[in-house]
Design a protein around this ligand. Structure first.
Ligand code: PNS
Length: 164
């Protein structure tokens, strides 16, 4: 039955998706029936990739995962999660440095929507220092990012920064 499906929303900027994000998506897919990867249409952050580009890169990078759906949202995350019938939000926690912001966000989201739980998943430790920001900086400066991102992202970064 439809309502019995356990759905989780994995929100983020995904500018662009990294292997660390993919690790979290895969872990969430082992727990939930459906993982909705939700790109925030957030004007506040200056993005390298447009929302549509970020969604397409996520789609290509998760094509092998049948439980995963890619979406975007505007406005409050809790409203989107509710609309989607999700029972939880998942976020990745790399290190203590992530904790303060994530804890604040989880508690605020709980105040806004007490029925929505936030779950944290820890990606593999080799991804502890990985972030979209660092990947973009390395790629822009001509460094190798192949170990950190899925193939479609590698190709798109090369196009953006005009390297091979
Ligand atoms: O990948 P990011 O940039 O860490 O993701 C942050 C994101 C998009 C999850 C967060 O900014 C968010 O949920 N934005 C939607 C607006 C919202 O609900 N704000 C209230 C959070 S307490």
């Amino acid at each position: 039955m439809h309502s019995a499906l356990k759905r989780v929303v994995y929100p983020g900027s995904f500018d662009p998706v990294t292997n660390g994000h993919l690790d979290v998506i895969q872990r969430a897919a082992t727990i939930f029936d459906e993982v909705i990867v939700a790109v925030a249409r957030n004007a506040e952050k200056r993005a390298l990739f447009s929302t549509e580009e970020r969604m397409e890169l996520l789609r290509q990078s998760t094509a092998h995962l049948e439980k995963v759906r890619v979406a975007s949202f505007q406005g409050l995350l809790v409203n989107f999660a509710k609309e989607q019938g999700a029972s939880a939000v998942v976020r990745g926690l790399r290190a203590i440095s992530d904790f303060e912001f994530e804890f604040q966000m989880a508690l605020m989201n709980r105040k806004l929507e007490p029925t929505l739980e936030t779950l944290f998943l820890m990606p593999r430790e080799e991804y502890t220092s990985l972030s979209s920001r660092v990947v973009k900086e390395i790629a822009q400066l001509g460094g190798q990012v192949a170990p950190f991102v899925p193939a479609p992202v590698l190709e798109s970064l090369a196009k953006k920064f005009g390297s091979a």
